[in-house]
Design a protein around this ligand. Structure first.
Ligand code: HSE
Length: 428
């Protein structure tokens, strides 16, 4: 390997990201050649429908036969920007097995099949890069794989989904409902026609799995990540959060808990002066805390054609340099092999909102349920609500298992008309 002067590139996909990758490769070509020490040459672009792209400036490079393109002798690096899991998995595995380095922006693929892909890359002694898979332009995979390789990461916590951050931020600033702000996000092009992956937290859970794997040198898949989306967050939740000096964000939280790793994605209350509270619109931000480095924060554009293409090109330069000069980038390592924490053992604080009968002794009986479970209360706020009262209880740290038990008991009490929401709360 090494000593090449031109590096052959196959691009799989020509959507929002693929077309930007091509455009920027053209625009920055001279700079890229200097930075690589060799020239990038696009050998082909695989698409599913040639007609759809017949007016593209890259039409002459297009093919529907992705597998043949990958296997061409003169292709050294394959860039996968198709999306989905099964079909790109076949292509990426074929590319790695054929000795091509791979750059992918596909978080769902990496989160579901990282072990298999990493093994194939190791066997073929090629690179597998995926900076764009988490928070697009924000460099966070590189820092975890390289810059923090000498440190011990304690936690990674952040806003890794722009669609949900846009919706929650819009609900917070307008007081409007979730449905109205989802419609607004769709109208403005932030939310997709089927928003499930974003609003139900699947996209964030894939990113959490990737971050946790790298941070803790332990295999974490999307299935290991506890996940709750934002679709049940109401204007009343947002308003209650505001009244208590908080805002609600969908956070991905990956932590070492003793000798285990926990990864979770859920709506989270944070104080309005928390640095993540000021991350608005569709921006992303990720906090990393490491033993020696202390706290680091990464902020920027977590989606979009050009920001995602920026991360893809950064990886492409790295992979191409290695093709020209030899060597391999640091891959992931999973040597620590920590256990995935039982979700019941995760501890945080909770904001429990319920409607209760406004009668003598009700508050005491509710408080008793918490104290019986060993959960200490931090604040209790009561508001008039017709014949009933709305009670908002904020706990000190408690285990998920204990809190879940209390919520079940509360729901069965005659005094409690409804438990409206249980939202976790993190402070700095
Ligand atoms: N759909 C994601 C988001 C971007 O809304 O942030 C791609 O991961």
């Amino acid at each position: 390997m090494g000593k090449k002067t031109t590096v052959g590139i196959a691009i799989l996909g020509h959507g929002t990201v693929g077309s930007e990758v091509l455009r920027l490769m053209g625009e920055y070509s001279e700079d890229l050649t200097h930075r690589i020490g060799g020239e990038l040459e696009i050998k082909g672009v695989a698409v599913s429908d040639l007609d759809k792209h017949k007016d593209s400036p890259a039409a002459h490079l297009m093919t529907t036969d992705a597998m043949s393109l990958i296997n061409r002798e003169d292709v050294d690096i394959v860039v996968e920007v198709i999306g989905g899991i099964d079909y790109p998995r076949q292509l990426v595995l074929a590319a790695l097995k054929a000795g091509k380095s791979v750059v992918t922006a596909n978080k769902a693929l990496v989160a579901a099949h990282a072990a298999e892909l990493a093994e194939a890359a190791d066997e073929a002694n090629v690179d597998l890069y995926y900076e764009a898979a988490v928070a697009a332009a924000i460099p966070v995979i590189g820092p975890l794989r390289r810059s923090l390789a000498g440190d011990r990461v304690k936690s990674v916590m952040g806003i890794v989904n722009g669609t949900t951050n846009f919706i929650l931020d819009a609900m917070d600033s307008t007081g409007a409902s979730y449905d109205d702000m989802l419609a607004e996000a769709t109208r403005l092009g932030y939310a997709e026609a089927d928003p499930t992956a974003d609003v139900e937290g699947y996209d964030a859970a894939s990113k959490a799995a990737i971050l946790a794997t790298l941070a803790f040198h332990t295999r974490v898949t999307a299935d290991d990540v506890y996940r709750e989306g934002i679709s049940k967050i109401t204007a009343a939740d947002i308003n209650a959060a505001k009244n208590a000096g908080h805002t609600i964000k969908l956070l991905a939280i990956c932590e070492r808990v003793g000798d285990t790793v926990s990864a979770r994605v859920h709506p989270t209350l944070i104080p309005r002066d928390h640095p993540l509270a000021s991350v608005n619109k569709s921006f992303n931000a990720i906090f990393v805390e490491a033993e020696a480095a202390g706290r680091l924060m990464f902020y920027g554009n977590g989606a979009g054609g050009a920001p995602t293409a920026s991360a893809v090109l950064g990886d492409l330069v790295g992979a191409a340099r290695n093709k020209v000069h030899g060597g391999r980038a640091p891959g992931e390592s999973t040597y620590a092999n920590l256990k995935i924490a039982d979700f019941g053992d995760v501890s945080t604080r909770y904001h429990v909102d319920m409607d209760v009968h406004d009668q003598l002794g009700v508050l005491a009986r509710i408080a008793e349920q918490f104290s019986n479970a060993g959960i200490s209360l931090r604040t209790v706020r009561q508001e008039e609500k017709g014949e009933n009262a709305r009670l908002i209880v904020v706990t000190h740290h408690a285990y998920e298992r204990d809190l879940a038990g209390v919520v079940e008991k509360l729901k069965s009490m005659d005094e409690v008309k409804s438990v409206n929401s249980v939202i976790r709360l993190e402070s700095e």
